[in-house]
Design a protein around this ligand. Structure first.
Ligand SMILES: Nc1ncnc2c1ncn2[C@@H]1O[C@H](COP(=O)(O)OP(=O)(O)OP(=O)(O)O)[C@@H](O)[C@H]1O
Ligand SMILES: [Mg+2]
Length: 124
């Protein structure tokens, strides 16, 4: 199992969400976060005025997938949807994860992140 984390521009939330929907990603977490990259938040912000805070609001997506094929597909979809070509477009990282548990059924591993046979579509 692989976890993909993507930090993207706030205004790209809908585009990335739609791109993930299109490839039929099954489950994701989104948070509002603050951060900075190599420019430490400055070139993107107030030009000519001194600001002490250099953390910028961003959106973080977290997605767990079962295979490398899904990892590639997911990263490609996010990359395309989130790119503007300007500094601050964000980062995508991925890494192996050890375990996942579907709390309702006790299923573990890849079973826990694939749709179950009796999964209802209306309560999550
Ligand atoms: N090394 C890092 N560690 C953790 N989070 C990071 C790192 N680099 C970037 N981020 C997160 O991604 C957001 C966007 O980063 P950003 O796109 O500015 O990266 P960058 O390396 O400076 O690339 P660019 O030159 O295109 O701006 C940051 O606000 C921060 O939340
Ligand atoms: Mg940057």
């Amino acid at each position: 199992m692989i976890k993909i984390e993507a930090i993207v521009r706030e205004e790209k939330l809908e585009d990335v969400k739609e791109a993930l929907q299109k490839i039929e990603v099954r489950g994701l977490t989104v948070s509002q976060v603050m951060g900075c990259g190599t420019q430490m938040g400055y070139t993107e912000r107030v030009r000519g005025s001194k600001v002490s805070i250099n953390m910028l609001p961003k959106i973080k997506f977290e997605i767990i997938v079962s295979t490398e094929e899904w990892e590639k597909k997911t990263i490609a979809a996010i990359e395309e949807a989130a790119r503007t070509g300007n500094v601050g477009d964000g980062k995508i990282i991925s890494y192996e994860i050890r375990q996942a548990v579907r709390i309702r059924t006790g299923e573990t591993g890849t079973d826990a992140i694939q749709p179950g046979v009796d999964a209802s579509l209306d309560d999550d």
